[in-house]
Design a protein around this ligand. Structure first.
Ligand SMILES: *Cc1c(COP(=O)(O)O)cnc(C)c1O
Length: 428
């Protein structure tokens, strides 16, 4: 006889009590999920339209080697990205190794000695500190005579418009906005708020470049910062837009001039976009982008589900269970280290890959405390796949994101809860 769904969950280690608890929470989320589905549908139409407009064909899935001249797939894919983001051009390459690299290329390609860049959303993502030279680093922009300024967000998470006006000088060539909070506690910026900041900056001086670090934000809303005048939007393909299929890569979509400058930096002056073999990844890049709106929708449902589960148990969650979403990251503050560890063990044990290993806190380079990470991913380090990590220090918060399917995200969250229940860290 066919096993019931509850028995299927039981075989994967979910008790009846946890299963019922999850069902009860999910019941209350129908309207939220319906809204997410509407965004998925909108973005799916956008992506299909972008592919049709660029006349994607079977030839686009062929590979190139060596210099990679005249790679039809690569050129068409870049046209598709430009169509999706409504920009003049895009650079989408497997030679861009990660999000940090994409951002570094966008910055270094568009800044010259004597220029200044300012971040108007506060401290940028950790790894950018060394790119910019906020933390002294070999090869940073600072070493090339590019200066940096920063305007923090106001305590309520809004842009500090007076501060921005005061910080902009003749030297200011580029303004950076980070959409996602990353691993900070500030709220993530909505596209609407970013749009206001862009038009404010442009009202001061039209020729400043506005670059948005778009990591974790793609397809969460129906519009992107490039719809409101961002000169560049930049991100990683092992996050949202790769749809879980891209095995590597990053993108820069923006004005023809900015993208060209970035291309000269990525390959070489004189060569730019003309070189760069695709080594067989084209089909995965196209197909991943095609799936990305749905995958992002599943990850968002998971984040909302987790927020509501843990909020109801009395934990502080960011964003909270009701808030609108602008990226796919969910933070849960446990207040005690065992909570972070149990949560990560649960996520790991739900994975399709490496489910049998037990994650442990370790002294990761670049961090000032031990960090625990859970990831059982098809693509190493992919954070559009279900993954979680938490530094073992107060407030003992765990950050998690992704899930290639809503069903997997759901299982992961239930496993995390089961792990906390089994260790008697929470009672239902
Ligand atoms: C992930 C991320 C990056 C880049 O990180 P990589 O690990 O190098 O891909 C940059 N900014 C934000 C906000 C991010 O979330």
């Amino acid at each position: 006889m066919k096993a019931t769904l509850e028995e299927m969950y039981r075989d994967l280690g979910i008790s009846r009590q946890v299963y019922e608890y999850g069902k009860e929470i999910e019941e209350q989320l129908k309207e939220r999920f319906q809204k997410i589905e509407e965004t998925v549908e909108y973005n799916q139409m956008k992506v299909i339209g972008a592919m049709q407009k660029a006349r994607v064909s079977a030839e686009c899935f062929q590979s190139s080697t060596g210099y990679g001249y005249n790679d039809l797939g690569r050129e068409t894919l870049e046209e598709v990205y430009a169509n999706v983001f409504h920009t003049e051009a895009a650079l989408v390459r497997p030679q861009i190794t990660c999000g940090t690299h994409a951002l570094a290329v966008a910055l270094a390609g568009n800044l010259r000695p004597g220029d200044e860049m300012i971040s108007i959303s506060g401290k940028p993502y950790d790894t950018l500190e060394e790119v910019i030279g906020i933390r002294p680093s070999n090869g940073s922009l600072a070493e090339y005579g590019i200066t940096y300024g920063q305007v923090d967000l106001l305590p309520n998470g809004e842009f500090d418009f007076d501060g921005i006006r005061a910080a902009i000088s003749e030297k200011t060539k580029l303004v950076e906005i980070q959409r996602s909070k990353g691993y900070q506690t500030r709220p993530t910026l909505s596209v609407e708020k970013i749009a206001q900041a862009i038009s404010f900056v442009k009202s001061i001086r039209q020729d400043m470049i506005v670059m948005v670090d778009n990591c974790y934000g793609e397809f969460v809303e129906c519009e992107e910062p490039s719809d409101y005048g961002a000169d560049m939007v930049v991100g990683s393909l092992i996050k949202n837009p790769g749809g879980g299929l891209a095995p590597i890569g990053g993108y820069i979509a923006g004005t023809a001039r900015c993208v060209e400058n970035a291309a000269y930096r990525l390959s070489s002056p004189g060569l730019g976009k003309e070189v760069g073999a695709t080594l067989g990844v084209n089909k995965d890049f196209f197909q991943g982008l095609f799936l990305a709106p749905t995958v992002v929708g599943g990850a968002l449902k998971g984040a909302v589900f987790a927020a509501n589960i843990y909020e109801k148990l009395g934990f502080h969650v960011v964003p909270d269970g009701k808030e609108s979403r602008h990226d796919i990251i969910q933070a849960v503050e446990f207040g005690f280290p065992e909570g972070v560890i149990a949560f990560c063990e649960g996520i790991q044990s739900a994975a399709p890959v490496d489910s049998y290993v037990t994650p442990e806190p370790w002294a990761m380079p670049g961090y000032d405390s031990d960090v625990i990470m859970a990831a059982g991913a098809f693509i190493q380090g992919s954070s559009i796949e279900l993954s979680a990590d938490g530094p073992i220090k107060p407030p003992y918060a765990v950050y998690f994101q992704g899930g290639l399917t809503w069903q997997h995200a759901r299982l992961g969250i239930l496993k995390s809860l089961q792990s906390l229940v089994d260790k008697k860290l929470v009672t239902l």
